[in-house]
Design a protein around this ligand. Structure first.
Ligand code: GDP
Length: 424
């Protein structure tokens, strides 16, 4: 059984929290794209954990985690993340963590290049997290990235690294007028982490194929959401990888396999980190209030997130491109303070009302068309059944379900593992 947990919106929907919950009955959890440019916050009975690179399944002792070839791995960051979890008593070793030999390595010069380019763009910046993600994925397609498997053969890496460092130095010196990249430093960096990670690196495709034969349950965990997908998101304000469920088998190392179940994680309102069009954005006191109650501060970057009303146009598009079979609606409890709840049901673009998500300049010009629903004005964080929800909250859920045309099977009403309602 292959299940994907993917984001319907701009990311930060609470995917990590849902993977943590739904992985109880799984055997393997796979991260299939992205790097340490976003974070999942997971709260369970043993504490609060922030995961940037490791799959959220790492918090469960019965699960083997896989980092797929679609990922970009910052070795120093991964080493730190593993150490922090070990300090909290989490076991991590080559038996429960397997890293794809085809995953690409985010090098220190990628981080530098990311910062140099964002600084050059200044007012026109993309809102990069400055973690080197666009430069390393760029290098993947330029065929200048270094892959995890190369750490197993340091002699050949030493040879290939020469040309790569030369190319990077040419770029950094001549385009950005900055200091050259040191070959020795980069080689030592790779040697240091080769010693740490060699035993974790393998052909994860073979491992997963074998697991499928043995009828193991595998969950695929996405980073970010549909609207940050490199092809189908709000380009160029997207991430540099594919955040879609369709990419999960490819980014995991089993391109010929098909998913059995796609669960989309959709937030009860909107939030977005970084730049780009965000049609239902709230400002001033209204935004402060929602940001404060929702604790909308980026897990990876600590940047305050932009917040807004639920956007049915963007979310329906998210459901469509993810191919979601069902949805988990998260953070419904955050809306409990609202007298009336705005829902964006259409966009006005150049005097015309549209309901299909536009791209480019048309998206930037879109104005939200709102409907309002009455709030429930009481604490719902203790609700564990559909029947115990106030009618106004249930009406809100059912209306969102009809707007995005996909069944909502889970509603989450708090960050804790058990703070959810099974709807169907
Ligand atoms: P992810 O990247 O999609 O996993 O999302 P993040 O971890 O960046 O953001 C989700 C945040 O919301 C985390 O801090 C979660 O602990 C928290 N969270 C998730 N679901 C709920 C919920 O239903 N209610 C509340 N109050 N917080 C939630």
């Amino acid at each position: 059984m292959l299940t994907a947990i993917v984001g319907i919106n701009w990311g930060d929907e609470g995917k990590g929290r849902m993977v943590d919950l739904l992985s109880e009955s799984q055997d393997i959890v796979v991260r299939y794209q992205g790097g340490n440019n976003a974070g999942h916050t997971v709260v369970n009975d043993t504490g609060e954990y922030i995961l940037n690179l490791l799959p959220s399944g790492i918090l469960r002792s019965n699960i083997t985690c896989v980092m797929g070839n679609g990922m970009a791995i910052d070795l120093a960051h991964l080493d730190g993340e593993i150490s922090r979890l070990r300090e909290k008593g989490i076991t991590i070793n080559p038996d429960n963590l397997k890293i794809s030999d085809r995953a690409i390595i985010t090098m220190p010069y990628h981080v530098r290049l990311d910062c140099l380019e964002e600084d050059r763009l200044a007012g026109e910046k993309y809102g990069s997290t400055r973690r080197g993600i666009a430069p390393v994925y760029g290098d993947k397609y330029l065929k200048k990235a270094i892959r995890m498997g190369e750490l197993l053969d340091l002699e050949s890496i030493a040879r290939r690294l020469k040309g790569i460092v030369e190319y990077k130095t040419l770029t950094i010196e001549n385009v950005y007028n900055s200091d050259p990249v040191s070959y020795d430093e980069m080689l030592n960096y790779l040697k240091k982490y080769a010693a740490i990670f060699s035993d974790y690196i393998c052909d994860v495709g073979l491992y997963l194929t074998d697991a499928i034969k043995k009828d193991k349950k595998i969950m695929f965990e996405a980073q970010l959401g549909a609207l940050r997908d490199i092809d189908f998101g709000i380009y160029p304000y997207t991430s540099s990888s594919s955040t879609l469920a369709a990419y999960a088998p490819i980014g995991a190392g089993i391109p010929g396999k098909k998913l059995d179940r796609i669960i989309g994680i959709m937030k009860a309102y909107s939030s977005c980190v970084g730049e780009g069009p965000f049609t239902t954005e709230m400002f001033g006191e209204e935004a402060e209030m929602l940001r404060g109650v929702g604790k909308e501060i980026g897990a990876a970057t600590k940047r305050p997130r932009r917040v807004g009303a639920f956007d049915a146009v963007a979310s329906r598009y998210g459901v469509l491109v993810q191919g979601a079979d069902e949805l988990a609606l998260t953070k419904l409890d955050i809306l409990s303070y609202m007298e009336k709840i705005p829902i964006c049901t259409g966009y006005e673009v150049d005097g015309e009302i549209i309901r299909d998500f536009p791209i480019g300049a048309r998206l930037s010009r879109a104005k939200p068309v709102y409907e309002y629903m009455p709030g429930w004005k009481c604490d719902i964080s203790g609700c564990r059944t559909k029947e115990s929800l106030p009618k106004a909250a249930l009406d809100y859920i059912l209306y969102l379900e009809s707007l995005v045309d996909c069944p909502i099977t889970y509603v989450s009403v708090g960050p804790e593992r058990d703070a959810y309602i099974l709807m169907k």
